[in-house]
Write a protein that binds this ligand. Structure first.
Ligand code: TNX
Length: 491
């Protein structure tokens, strides 16, 4: 292992502005404490201060008390920084000051500090000196987990949230339904999960399970403690074989539909001209919206190859307003930009082509876009031809390729202002375990996280690969599997 000097800015994503002061580090010692200022959102501040204390205790073995009376590390809300998720962090010999306009900003600052101290240790630790003024480039920085092709239980998803939040990822998109399984309990349509989440569901029948409404609500609440907003996806009008196997009344012939465990896509469709379809859709959207405090509800809309273009337009035109009726902002895979989108609806670009007329038209009409080009952000693509896991339809993606693109340049007609943010998508056709999920996520997700957060001017591959190298031993210490890409000189 090579010795390196870590500076205050040596974190992922790269902060917006850093002034390093190598002489000014703060020693976290046996007597160090955290002081919270309880004016403002006292509860939110205290919760984040406790998370900072917990990570410093792990790093040093010291007690690190939190109080509103004394402590060299001061964490507080301030006005006037100009960004709700931004923060300022000042580290000097005499102490550390952390301020932000919101608890989310304080949490972001704590993730910066997390990366500057060991995961685990016994004894004093120095936080490098200087000052950071940081804020995100894009509001939406997401990761998607496909829990339909293979289900992952709540505790594993919580651990996944803990692994991604340090990179300032602030949305977790859960792909809850697909041809091979239905993974969220819907009380008014109970067979969706008793059949669609039961034994033998998932690709190759190897991914059974579902979230009860209580489990889902608990997961959403857990994510919120990490300032991660859950975005639930109900994929329609295609990708619905599991729903039709549970309820044949949703299928064209109204006759029994066989469950499917293969990887094919594009063969199933809701019946667009049947009223019962919309009763189903509305019940599902109402229940999922009621369980979801976040602003977004994702309605899929991809690969509806078994729906005629006219039917697809009719369906989307009717369903998009339903999302708004239940108080949510619709996200859909960009195929949905085939219709005139209502204000606020968000197409998510997922293809590999250089242009997309529908998305450009939506952007011209004022809709913001989430960028997930599959040839850069798809975490289920193989790293190299001999990667044991993953698919290759969008190409091979090693970490340098995941890093070397820009969301504001990707599609003509979709510039900086039209980009809501970026999302990395992890489809689970070939994944069987959390270890598989981790291997595909790391180290590529940190690349996408930096693209979503850091200013363009701070983006630099040599710098990124050096900062990334330091995460190898950190992941090992946390029991997180990662791909040891040869593009990085791992510590
Ligand atoms: C395309 S990306 C799909 C998914 C597959 C994925 C595999 C998208 C919106 N649809 O159904 O799982 O490719 O990479």
């Amino acid at each position: 292992m090579r010795e390196r000097t870590t500076g205050l800015g040596d974190v992922i994503p790269a902060p917006a502005e850093v002034w390093s002061d190598p002489a000014g580090g703060f020693l976290v010692g046996a007597g160090t404490g955290i002081r919270i200022d309880t004016t403002g959102d006292a509860g939110g501040v205290a919760a984040v201060a406790e998370q900072l204390a917990a990570l410093l205790r792990q790093a040093t073995g010291h007690a690190i008390p939190v109080s509103d009376i004394a402590g060299e590390i001061v964490i507080e809300l301030t006005n006037g920084l100009g960004h709700s998720e931004g923060y300022e962090l000042t580290v000097a010999r005499a102490g550390v000051s952390i301020c932000a306009e919101t608890p989310a900003g304080l949490f972001a600052a704590v993730q910066t500090i997390r990366q500057l101290v060991p995961v685990r240790g016994r004894g004093d630790v120095t936080i490098p000196g200087g000052r950071i003024a940081d804020r995100p480039r894009f509001a939406y920085r997401g990761v998607m987990l496909d829990v339909a092709r293979h289900h992952f239980p709540p505790d594993e998803v919580k651990a996944y949230i803990d692994a991604v939040a340090p990179f300032k990822i602030n949305h977790l998109h859960l792909h809850l339904t697909d041809d091979q399984g239905w993974r969220i309990e819907i009380k008014s349509w109970p067979e969706l999960t008793t059949v669609g989440g039961g034994a033998g569901t998932g690709v190759d029948g190897a991914g059974a399970g579902f979230y009860t409404q209580d489990e889902y609500a608990d997961l959403v609440a857990y994510a919120a403690t990490r300032f991660v907003t859950v975005v639930p996806e109900i994929d329609m009008p295609g990708h619905v074989n599991a729903a039709q196997a549970a309820y044949p009344e949703l299928a064209a012939g109204r006759a029994a539909v066989a469950p499917r465990t293969d990887r094919a896509v594009g063969y199933s469709s809701l019946v667009i001209g049947r009223e019962r379809t919309y009763a189903f859709v509305e019940d599902v959207l109402r229940e999922v919206a009621a369980l979801t405090p976040g602003p977004y509800l994702h309605i899929g809309g991809d690969e509806a190859d078994a729906t005629t273009p006219a039917d697809y337009r009719a369906f989307m035109t009717r369903v998009l307003p339903l999302v708004a009726r239940y108080g949510k902002r619709a996200i859909g895979w960009h195929d949905m930009a085939a219709v005139d989108l209502p204000p606020g609806a968000v197409p998510q670009y997922w293809r590999i082509e250089a242009t997309d007329d529908g998305v450009a038209r939506a952007a011209a009409g004022g809709n913001q876009v989430i960028m997930s080009p599959a040839d850069r952000t798809y975490l289920d693509m193989k790293y190299t031809a001999d990667s044991p896991l993953g698919l290759a339809w969008a190409g091979l993606i090693d970490v340098d390729r995941a890093y070397d693109w820009d969301p504001a340049d990707r599609l003509p007609g979709v510039g900086e202002a039209a980009v809501l943010g970026v999302e990395a998508a992890l489809w689970s056709e070939t994944l069987r375990s959390m270890t598989d999920v981790q291997l595909m996520t790391f180290p590529r997700l940190p690349a996408i996280a930096e693209i979503g957060w850091s200013p363009r001017t701070a983006r630099d591959w040599p710098s990124f690969r050096r900062r990334l190298a330091a995460h190898g031993p950190r992941w090992t210490a946390q029991g997180i599997a990662y791909h040891r890409s040869p593009k990085v000189d791992w510590d």
